[in-house]
Design a protein around this ligand. Structure first.
Ligand code: C2E
Ligand code: MG
Ligand code: MG
Ligand code: MG
Length: 293
């Protein structure tokens, strides 16, 4: 924007801003069609139990394959979905889709498997029928609430209103677990960890990235893990990219890791194959152990 040059010359309608606004409008319009047009896909990224190396959970991450632009990042289109209200429709699609997959994975590969689903503050704060419908869907498929983890961010708890507290209680009643995403990037007021019933802390990637022995991010991660455990929470480290990071996190007592070291987010059928391979490998190991006895 035109900075300086006096108040009278300030204009919001510089060409670049206009282009950006138009771009957002077009993309929002396209997003409306994307749901119906089958351009959205749900990818899954393994969440690995650090001590055993087993995949216990997956985070569901949305993808948009735009017919002209190719893959559009959720970092770009989720804000547009929030601003336009489309997030509600997209959110229910994500939930429905996740439930179908977790059902399959629990019955075929891993009876306690969980899918972790991101929710925007707008979705989470909403009190309405669609959420009830979704809970009903879990029940109809005979799935326990424990099949799903809902990921929310710190900001939501900071200015928590009664809608937020109610929703957290409802989730708890249904057995659904809650993870605090990107922990450490927001205001990190620790009092809400005591106040609200949270099950998992996800240490933000910005801490994992700079992990090294004796580093300040190591000290912070150590402290977060100790505190979380004392409060009865499990810890998931985001953005684990190197074996060294995994070792340091394991030594610090971190429970789970997620990141490119293990796998990138992948289409559901690929994830299905990965879980199948893991189950197969485990069965073989068990058979071997049995034979040795
Ligand atoms: P998030 O929930 O913090 O998700 C983790 C992000 O980190 C994902 O980006 C994932 O691909 C990326 N990531 C995982 N491991 C690594 C790693 O080792 N290194 C690096 N550099 N990155 C890693 P993605 O898929 O682009 O999603 C971005 C954000 O979009 C998510 O951040 C989440 O806030 C939002 N999002 C994604 N799917 C949904 C959804 O279904 N609903 C809502 N409301 N938001 C979503
Ligand atoms: Mg997340
Ligand atoms: Mg995150
Ligand atoms: Mg994030």
């Amino acid at each position: 924007a035109a900075k300086g040059g006096g108040r009278n010359r300030f204009s919001y309608f510089t060409p670049t801003l206009q282009v950006a606004a138009l771009n957002r409008m077009r993309l929002t319009n396209d997003l409306r069609g994307a749901l119906k047009g089958g351009q959205l896909a749900l990818y899954f990224q393994p969440i690995v139990h650090l001590r055993t190396g087993r995949i216990h959970k997956a985070e569901a991450l949305i993808r948009w394959n735009h017919p002209q632009r190719g893959m559009v990042s959720p970092l770009e289109f989720i804000p547009l979905a929030e601003a336009s209200g489309l997030i509600i429709e997209i959110g229910s699609w994500v939930l429905r889709e996740s439930v179908q997959w977790v059902r399959r994975w629990r019955s075929e590969h891993h009876p306690e498997f969980q899918v972790s689903v991101n929710q925007s503050p707008l979705e989470f704060q909403r009190e309405d029928g669609s959420y009830q419908a979704w809970l009903g869907e879990l029940q109809a498929l005979d799935l326990p609430g424990q099949s799903v983890v809902v990921e929310i961010t710190e900001g939501l708890l900071l200015d928590a209103n009664s809608a937020v507290s109610n929703k957290l209680l409802q989730l708890r009643d249904a057995g659904i677990q809650v993870a605090l995403d990107d922990f450490g990037t927001g205001y990190s007021s620790l009092s809400y960890l005591k106040k609200f019933d949270i099950d998992y802390l996800k240490i933000d990637r910005s801490f994992t990235r700079n992990l090294a022995p004796e580093s300040s991010d190591m000290a912070l991660s150590d402290a977060i893990i100790v505190m979380a455990h004392k409060l009865g929470l499990r810890v998931i480290a985001e953005g684990v990219e190197t074996a060294e990071q995994r070792e340091l996190l394991l030594a610090a007592g971190c429970d789970y890791g997620q990141g490119y070291l293990f796998a990138r987010p992948m289409p559901a059928d690929q994830f299905d194959a990965l879980l199948k391979a893991q189950a197969h490998e485990q069965a073989q190991q068990q058979a071997l152990a049995h034979a040795r006895e």
